[in-house]
Design a protein around this ligand. Structure first.
Ligand SMILES: [Zn+2]
Length: 63
């Protein structure tokens, strides 16, 4: 199931507001319990096998 998700999911940090994004922009691969963006390196945690695609890399708020 995750493999098919990886075919359709793209890194939101890369494709959001990027009209030049193509099908290869923001491709993700699995690294342990994370999905990692091939384009920008953003890491999205897998929670029970479901990727959390919130823009963690876009927020500076650590508190
Ligand atoms: Zn990205």
């Amino acid at each position: 199931m995750l493999d098919s998700l990886l075919e359709i999911l793209r890194c939101p940090a890369c494709v959001a507001g990027n009209p030049g994004a193509d099908e290869n922009t923001g491709l993700l691969y699995r690294d342990g319990d994370f999905l990692v963006c091939r384009t920008c390196g953003a890491r999205y945690p897998l929670i029970d096998g479901i990727p959390d695609m919130t823009l963690a890399g876009e927020t500076d708020a650590e508190s």
